[in-house]
Design a protein around this ligand. Structure first.
Ligand code: BTN
Length: 245
């Protein structure tokens, strides 16, 4: 990893730190921001991300966009998920990790991590100068407040995890894999580890529910849902609200 690494004790959100930094650097530079604890960590769709001290890994990366194109952001999000998943599999080989589209990391039916991708837009344009990718992993977190207690889990509660080593491995893998962006070589791996493909799902998109069979993830990282009518919808964003995993 060739950029600067900032490590803080407690912050509102590393995502906010990275966004502030990117607004002050032109052109944007590769950089990483870690915190031991976040008081206002957030995820997709405005949700909060529980980030207690010492038991997780919470960080944000500034990834300058080599294409200046926003249309492939779905590929970026899925490729980061694959990088993270590969590192987790190598670090915790006994754990059967899976992915719930777009970017929730699951273990034994519980969400153990999440990834959020935001774009830093060029002023008065629709092209993205950089992506701000935020990653949160519940490593040894054992207790979650309601209503998370039945939904979230830790990757290795009750053990000791070398967080520094894992952090270094993750940012090296993500930045290395990112050099291939926007190719799609890793999509088969994403599909194999998807927990929803081949299953009936309901996806909430822009206030509307779309129900059908989750058929595949297409070459843009979009979820393809086959509707009962036979029509196929390619969804670039949204949330899977119902699936039997
Ligand atoms: C999600 O579950 O929708 C994504 C969660 C992303 C959480 C990480 S933790 C580090 C970074 N800072 C934040 O505020 N959010 C991301």
């Amino acid at each position: 990893f060739s950029g600067p690494i900032t490590v803080e004790q407690t912050v509102a959100s590393t995502q906010e730190l990275a966004k502030r930094a990117v607004s002050q650097t032109n052109p944007p530079q590769l950089a990483a921001f870690f915190a031991d604890e976040q008081t206002a960590g957030y995820g997709r769709l405005g949700r909060s991300f529980y980030s207690p001290a010492q038991t997780g890994l919470y960080f944000s990366l500034i990834l300058p966009n080599p294409t200046n194109d926003l249309t492939k952001v779905g590929l970026l999000t899925t490729s980061v998920a694959v990088s993270v998943l590969r590192v987790l599999q190598a670090t915790f080989p006994a754990q059967p990790f899976g992915l719930k589209w777009v970017n929730d990391l699951y273990l034994n039916q519980r969400k153990v991590g999440g990834i959020i991708t935001e774009a830093s837009l060029e002023l008065e344009s629709t092209s993205a100068a950089a992506f701000i990718v935020g990653i949160g992993l519940n490593l040894t977190t054992a207790d979650f407040p309601a209503p998370l207690s039945s939904l979230a889990g830790g990757i290795a509660p009750g053990t000791t995890v070398d967080r520094n080593r894992l952090a270094a491995t993750l940012i090296a893998a993500i930045s290395q894999d990112y050099q291939a962006y926007p190719t799609t070589a890793w999509l088969p791996f994403y599909r194999t580890h998807s927990l929803i493909l081949g299953k009936p799902v309901t996806v909430r998109v822009a206030g509307q529910n779309i129900s059908g069979c989750a058929e595949t993830i297409d070459e843009n990282g979009a979820l393809v849902v086959a509707l009962p009518s036979g029509e196929r919808r390619h969804l670039m964003s949204g949330e899977v609200t119902r699936v039997v995993m």
